[in-house]
Ligand binder design. Structure first.
Ligand code: SF4
Ligand code: SF4
Ligand code: FES
Length: 250
């Protein structure tokens, strides 16, 4: 049974335990996205990043796939970890800005601005649906195909699979196809959890966006304007949403 140190706390765990499981046993919070209890660890999103080792020899690893080894020193919230985690969240949220799961992560970890252009993809290739289908639903109707930028999830030969029992397990677990933000004029009542009266800036600015909450409140666009030498008080002109909101309230 290996004994390791996580954030200065000693913990002894069963052989085969991951660093993530050991940290959770101690009550430490490490964000995850492609990990789900009951499914095999995949290590695809890297969001569960932690720092192992000391000094110059320390390195970043995915805690969900890294085994808890005897004598291992783990730090779950160093500046390096926080910086990497935030960058990963920015990247993920720019891939699918309408995902509430990703937007919630952005809000929780203080990512108010993304340095990546919004892509509006349908999938972040976390592989949860594939593992859910195979390991919990015992079906195996879907799989990864292709490599690199062509990598995607599909059924064999892109045809309706006879193995699929339409159980919905894959949709239930998908972090980007469940709880899609439908914007301020949602056509259905399915979503309603994160609707605000304010539209986001995403349609108006190419390279950054506001996350959650009334747009303009975060101040990102206002400080951008100041940064670019704009006049103070120019937020009315700059932030489309602030203007819209003010008009709605008049
Ligand atoms: S709906 Fe079909 S593809 Fe999705 S988990 Fe169920 S069996 Fe698998
Ligand atoms: S469809 Fe959803 S669950 Fe499946 S890999 Fe893509 S993002 Fe993950
Ligand atoms: S949760 Fe560990 S890599 Fe995704």
């Amino acid at each position: 049974m290996p004994t390791l140190k996580i954030d200065g706390l000693d913990v002894t765990v069963d052989a085969g335990t991951s660093v993530l499981e050991a940290a959770r046993f101690l009550g430490l919070e490490i964000p995850t996205l492609c990990h789900e209890d009951g499914l095999e660890a995949y290590g695809g999103c890297r969001l569960c990043v932690v720092e192992v080792g000391q000094g110059d020899k320390s390195r970043l690893v995915s805690s969900c796939t890294y085994p808890a080894e005897d004598g291992l020193a783990v730090r779950t919230n160093t500046k390096r970890v926080a910086r990497t985690r935030k960058m990963l969240i920015e990247l993920l949220v720019s891939l699918v800005p309408s995902s509430k799961v990703l937007q919630d992560l952005a809000a929780k970890f203080g990512a108010q601005k993304s340095r990546f252009k919004p892509k509006h993809e349908d999938c972040i290739l976390c592989g949860l649906c594939v593992r859910m289908c195979k390991e919990q639903m015992m079906s195996g109707a879907i799989e990864f195909v292709g490599r690199g930028q062509k990598r995607r999830i599909t059924t064999p030969f892109d045809k309706k699979s006879e193995l699929c029992r339409t159980c919905g397990g894959c949709m239930y677990i998908c972090p980007v196809c469940t709880l899609r933000c439908q914007g301020p004029n949602a056509p259905t009542t399915v979503c309603g959890s994160c609707l605000t009266l304010e539209p986001t800036c995403i349609d108006h600015y190419d390279d950054y966006m506001c996350y959650l909450g009334p747009t303009g409140v975060c101040g990102t666009c206002v400080s951008e304007k100041k940064h670019k030498g704009g006049e103070s008080g120019g937020d009315k002109e700059l932030c489309h949403t602030a203007n819209t909101t003010q008009q709605q309230r008049r």
